[in-house]
Design a protein around this ligand. Structure first.
Ligand code: NAD
Ligand code: GLY
Length: 385
């Protein structure tokens, strides 16, 4: 069977002049009662942002938060479409990079929101990757006890993961995302054309979360990814559109069942316990988030195999797929005690127990709360070069 053709939409099947399936925007709904919102997904969406935003935010005044490189690429187009829809918007730039996800930048945003005249009826647009989305979302969640915001994700990481689900946060030196709030966006507008300007490393970075979603929930999607690495890395419109949509569907399905991570939502943290620890040890910046998650997935799969919970062959397939997408699964030997200590920060958040999602096989995951320091030590040895 040709899995690629069987699974991905064929962009050649429509008549002349009609948009192909790959070119049509799709709408997913995140059903969360009064917090429900739409995810608009597909090419050529950014010019429609003003019209879409007018449907979902109450006020007319807003700020677009971005970083310099994204603002240079898409800032004026974003401001223009919002102004054409009758909105009064100010563009604010934050420095690029994970280190911007901090309280100092959040405070800077509050001052700039005030200077721009934002009130409780105003809105924020987060234009950029996960860093801008988490930071601007956090500022929107806390400014005047919470104002509306719209996610306009421009990295693969943000389109398949961080723009969805309402987790907003900034980091502390002690750990990632330690200060944050659940605050759902009013809408997500993910224009897949913006992925074309992403640096290769950033593009590869996002695949870690797509692979994670397939690993925890969908063996068929996994097989599709395995069979389609080439077209996906070459930005084939139909293949990428399908993979982004399926990834979003998996995340939406988890979030709709457990919006505030009472239990199930923790499965989305697969690879993140050790991944976050590595990211923090690397002092936020040397390892991209997706790279840290890729290594974390390899480490946590090793724990699952050692416990006899996951077939070793599936862990090998996981590492092979991560490597095929250009992601690392090994790292220069981190100090095991530092990794264990960084994992302990997670533990403090959960009254002495770390909930670690461990894969059972491709397409299935469970959550355990008894991972021992020695298991982390052994996993660190496994991922050390
Ligand atoms: P990022 O936001 O740092 O963006 C990566 C780089 O890409 C930046 O330098 C940016 O300037 C550049 N960029 C963005 N869009 C571009 C485009 N279209 N063209 C050219 N350059 C572009 O990194 P990221 O990987 O998007 O996000 C990582 C962050 O997301 C981490 O802080 C992570 O913790 C967070 N995250 C949050 C959630 C959540 O649920 N809230 C989920 C996953 C990740
Ligand atoms: N990225 C993990 C979550 O959204 O829950």
């Amino acid at each position: 069977m040709n899995i690629l053709l069987a699974g991905f939409p064929d962009s050649e099947t429509t008549g002349a002049g009609e948009p192909s399936q790959a070119e049509r925007a799709e709408v997913l709904t995140v059903p969360l009662g009064t917090n429900s919102y739409e995810i608009h997904l597909g090419p050529k969406l950014l010019p429609q942002l003003g019209h879409l935003a007018a449907r979902c935010v109450g006020g007319r005044r807003g700020c677009v938060v971005s970083n310099r490189s994204v603002a240079r690429l898409y800032g004026s187009q974003t401001v223009e479409t919002l102004r054409q829809a009758g909105m009064d918007v100010t563009l604010i730039e934050v420095p690029a990079g994970e280190r911007s996800k901090c309280l100092r930048q959040a405070r800077r945003l509050y001052h700039q929101f005030l200077a721009a005249g934002l009130d409780r009826a105003s809105f924020v647009v987060a234009l950029g990757g996960g860093v801008v989305g988490d930071l601007a979302g956090f500022a929107a969640a806390t400014y005047m006890r919470g104002i509306d915001y719209i996610q306009v994700p421009t990295t693969l990481m943000a389109q398949v993961d961080s723009s969805i689900g309402g987790k907003t946060a900034v980091n502390l030196p002690q750990g990632k995302n330690l200060i944050g709030a659940f605050h759902q966006p009013r809408m997500v507008v993910a224009d897949t054309d913006t992925l074309r300007s992403l640096p290769r490393r950033e593009y590869r970075n996002g695949w870690a979360e797509v692979i994670k979603h397939a690993l925890i929930a969908d063996a068929d999607f996994w097989a599709l990814l395995e069979a389609s690495v080439g077209p996906l890395l070459n930005l084939d419109t139909a293949c990428v559109g399908h993979a982004v949509r399926r990834s979003c569907e998996i995340k939406v399905d988890v979030v709709r069942r457990d919006e505030r991570e009472a239990g199930l939502r923790a499965v989305l943290n697969c690879g993140h316990t050790i991944g976050h620890a590595l990211e923090r040890i690397a002092a936020y910046g040397h390892l991209r988030h997706g790279e840290a998650v890729a290594i974390g997935l390899a480490a946590e799969a090793h724990i699952a195999v050692s416990r006899g919970m996951m077939p070793a062959a599936d862990a090998s397939r996981l590492e092979a797929l991560l490597v095929a997408f250009g992601l690392p699964v090994r790292v220069d030997a981190p100090e095991p005690t530092a990794v264990i200590a960084a994992c302990e920060v997670d533990k403090k958040r959960l009254a002495g127990k770390t909930r670690v999602p461990l894969p059972l096989r491709i397409g299935s995951v469970t959550i355990v709360d008894d991972v021992k320091p020695d298991e982390i030590r052994e996993a660190v040895a496994h991922i050390s070069r």
